[in-house]
Structures are given as C-alpha cells and as structure tokens.
Write a protein that binds this ligand. Structure first.
Ligand code: RUB
Length: 308
C-alpha cells in the first residue's frame, strides 16, 4: 500500500499532474499494488482493491480520466484471487498501453487540423494538445505557439520548455493578455480534464476565457482529448466537481494576515460550454462536441456511470 499511497500523494500535490499522466500513474499504482497483494479469499482481495482504488480516486476530483483509469483497471469477472489478480494486471497494462497509443493518435489526427503558418494559442500544459502541435511541426509545418502562463501553478513554464526542446517558436504571455493577443491567433488548442455528455469541456481555470475570446474573434477552438476523458457519470445527471485548491497557491498567507475582510478563491478548473468548441480531437477520430454521448456509450460503457 505504501507505493500506492505515495502515488496518491504525488497526484494530490500535483507532482504528477495533467489528466493523462494522472490516469496512467493511477493504473500503474493499481498494477503494482495488486501484483503483490496478500489475500486469503476473493472477498478480502476485492475489499482491499476497492479501498486502494478509492484512495487514488479521492486525490483530485475533476479529472475524470482518474476514475475511468482506476475502474477500468480494477474491474474483473473472476472468483479466485490469482485469476482476479491476473485480470486486473492485464487491464492496467492495457489501459497504460492504450493511453500511450491515444496520445500518439491524437498527434496524428490533430496535426491534420494544423496548417502551415498557423499561430496556435494554448493554455495550461496538455500532453494531448502538445502532441498535435509537435506532430504538425515535425511534419515540416512552419507554426508558432502562444502559451499562457496559467496561474497559479504556471504550467505554461512546462510548455515553453517542451516547445523549446522541439525548436518551436513560442511566445509566453500572462493569462490576462489572452484577448489582446487573440487577433494574431489562427486556432486555439487545449486539452481536457473531462468532457461531459452535453459536450462541455472542463479544463484548467481560464480555458473558458480563451474560448470566449476565440469565439469573439472567430478563431476555432479545438480540444485534444483521449476517449477516456469523457465522463460516463454525466449521463446519469452527475455534475463534474470543480476542484478548489489551497489558496496559498494564489497568495502568500502572510499578505492576508491583516486583511480580515478578504477571501481568496482558487478554483482549479472551469467549464466551457459546447457552443464554443469547434471540434474535439480524440484517439477515435475528430468529433463535434454533440457526439460526446456516442463516445461515452461506445468507448466507456454505461456501467462506469454507476460508480460512486
Ligand atoms: C491540467 C490541465 C490539462 C488537462 C489535459 O491541470 O488542465 O489541460 O489535464 O492534460 P493540472 P493532458 O495541471 O491541474 O493537472 O492532455 O496532459 O491530459
């Protein structure tokens, strides 16, 4: 359990972050946990696995990739410990492999929507969005990127390192410069923490502002999202919880000491309605947001929606 708890802590503190990385780390943790799990009976085994699964799922509430990865891994149909163990190990391995494939495929598919000369704006640090951008660049397209800082955790710093490693010309801007820079942008590409059944996107706080500014300037907004980022529980009417993170990420508590009337808020994500999204680039192909239901039904199954 120690190793699993270590992974859970790394997800909670964002040492492991980004919906895709979180999902694969959780599947790996389940794999390693189950591999050496001692249990006399299948009941004991299942209880322990469920407990471990919940520890991981409860680390961060918004990225639906996390519960999807965990429940896809731990689901089994066996009645004895060794068979159940084998099935879960295979499930977790399959998830990790498919997640890698999905990222690569999003790169191939997404790159087709990027034209030579495009200026692309992105927000936060999304491996899926970057996969499309770097693949297009490697195909010889002469593109450049504008990345936001993405306060408060400054994931934009990860983007500039990554893009610089590819020799992609990149401009770093503060989040409040998004609208003023939009006139120079050909398309916006962002990632997803979750996509609900109505095609709404849940992604890093500020994404909806990019969407509004893009909409105003008639700039297309593309979302790069693996099929496992779609949320089955939203079919059953569940809302996606927006994570409130510690306020010391925003402001040093010392600055608040003598300001009793001041409250600080730190919502980590926001919701962009489907009407502001032009396309979702998934590993299964490019879809309009109105097809979110189809992805959930075909690729995730209804039963995942039963999970608490
Ligand atoms: C990360 C974030 C990313 C999505 C998609 O937020 O909002 O855009 O998770 O990322 P945080 P990816 O830094 O709070 O985890 O495409 O890598 O899965």
């Amino acid at each position: 359990m120690n190793q699993l708890q270590d992974t859970a802590e790394k997800i909670r503190t964002m040492e492991i972050r980004g919906a895709g990385r979180i999902a694969s780390a959780a599947a790996t943790a389940i794999h390693d946990y189950v591999k050496n799990l001692d249990a006399e009976t299948i009941q004991e085994f299942d209880d322990k696995v469920q407990k471990a699964a919940k520890i991981l799922v409860n680390t961060r509430p918004t990225a639906v990739s996390l519960p999807n990865a965990v429940w896809m891994s731990v689901k089994h149909s066996k009645t004895n410990v060794d068979d159940a163990r084998e099935e879960i190990i295979n499930n977790a391995n399959r998830f990790i492999k498919q997640a890698d494939y999905a990222l690569e495929n999003i790169g191939k598919i997404g790159s087709k929507r990027i034209q030579d000369g495009d200026v692309i704006m992105t927000h936060c640090n999304s491996h899926a969005a970057l996969s499309a951008i770097t693949t297009a660049f490697e195909q010889g397209k002469n593109i450049s990127v504008i990345t936001t800082e993405s306060r408060p955790r400054k994931q934009g710093l990860l983007n500039i390192k990554h893009l610089n490693d590819y020799n992609i010309p990149t401009t770093y801007i503060v989040d409040s410069a998004v609208r003023s820079c939009m006139k120079n942008v050909d398309k916006v590409i962002v990632g997803a923490d979750a996509i609900s059944v109505n095609g709404a996107l849940i992604n890093k706080i500020g994404t909806s502002q990019l969407a509004l500014a893009a909409h105003e300037s008639r700039v297309n907004l593309l979302v790069a999202a693996e099929t496992y980022k779609f949320s089955p529980s939203t079919i059953q009417g569940e809302m996606i919880e927006i994570e409130d993170r510690p306020t010391d990420e925003v402001i040093n508590p010392d600055e608040l000491r003598d300001l009793p009337y001041v409250e600080v808020k730190n919502p980590a994500f926001d919701v962009t309605p489907a009407e502001y999204i032009d396309l979702i680039i998934t590993d299964a192909g490019v879809i309009p947001p109105s097809m979110a239901y189809f992805i959930i039904k075909e690729y995730l199954g209804w039963e995942l929606g039963d999970i608490d």
